[in-house]
Design a protein around this ligand. Structure first.
Ligand code: SAM
Length: 262
């Protein structure tokens, strides 16, 4: 098992729900994009389900019995609190899914595929548990060209100058369209669409997003407050009359099927 996996599990055990706190307010909603692929009667697996935000949306859309799996007990406890005891939530690794072959019509994955290493093993498991013609839909983090500079592009530029402690996470190929296409070669009908998610907010709201990233945990602790002060100064130039900052994060919306389209 890759050593970064333990680091990630521990991170999520301590901060369950960090992703949904950031992305449930994103526009457009990447959770809704995924949920929109489920049809009534589909057997759905949400891979790396976190605190159950997507499972809850699926349920609201009338999709019954979707299963969530995650390796973090902390995230699963938050999902249980959100969804109640009737939800099927399983602790496990994407690389060793505890499900029979062809058990699902649809596998969803929100902002987790790029964290998995080895990611090929996770994708092989997705193919195995999907029925022939079943669909895999994923929202994958990754930089895409932002139309203009905003609070997040400024932040990322400053981060590049920071020394980091701790492991590298995930597989770099998953962060680019070219790399994703390579990884998804065993699938057919692969579609990849870049989506910029608007997460604009006040300085404090955007800093709150930053404080729940993996990056801040891997920064040299003594540098964090100076880093934030410098960011606040950078951001003054971007402030809108209503006191908010433009802020967006890049994602790629991926859909693919095993063999023929469903
Ligand atoms: C960024 S969070 C996303 C959570 C949720 N999908 C959401 O968007 O709200 C990444 C999640 O992936 C899980 N994860 C990462 N690698 C995993 C793996 N190899 N197997 C199972 N879960 C994994 C983490 O525990 C964490 O809950």
């Amino acid at each position: 098992m890759d050593p970064s996996e333990d680091w990630l599990r521990h991170w999520h055990d301590l901060r369950p729900g960090a992703t949904s706190r950031a992305f449930l307010r994103g526009k457009p909603s990447t959770y809704e994009w995924l949920a929109g692929h489920a049809r009534p009667g589909d057997r759905v697996l949400d891979l790396a389900c976190g605190d159950g935000a997507l499972l809850s949306l699926l349920r609201a859309r009338g999709i019954q019995g979707a299963v969530g799996i995650d390796m973090s007990e902390g995230e699963l406890a938050a999902a249980r609190a959100r969804l109640g005891p009737e939800a099927t939530l399983v602790k496990g690794r994407a690389q060793a899914l505890p499900f029979e072959d062809s058990s699902f019509d649809l596998v969803t994955c929100h902002l987790a595929l790029m964290l998995m290493r080895p990611v090929e093993e996770a994708l092989a498991e997705v193919r195995r548990v999907l029925r022939p013609g079943g669909a895999f839909v994923a929202v994958v983090g990754g930089r895409i060209a932002a139309p203009t500079e905003d609070a997040w592009t400024m932040l990322v530029r400053r981060l590049r100058e920071e020394p980091f402690e701790g492991p590298s996470i995930g597989d770099l190929r998953a962060y680019s369209e070219e790399g994703l296409r390579e990884l998804l070669q065993p699938f057919v009908n692969v579609r990849i669409e870049p989506i910029l998610v608007d997460l604009s907010g006040t300085c404090d709201e955007v800093l709150a997003l930053f404080r729940e990233t993996y990056d801040v945990t891997r920064m040299v602790p003594a540098r964090v407050s100076a880093f934030e002060e410098a960011l606040r100064m950078d951001w003054q130039a971007l402030l809108r009359p209503d006191g908010t900052l433009p802020c967006s994060m890049g994602t790629r919306c991926v859909s693919a099927t095993t063999e023929t389209a469903r």
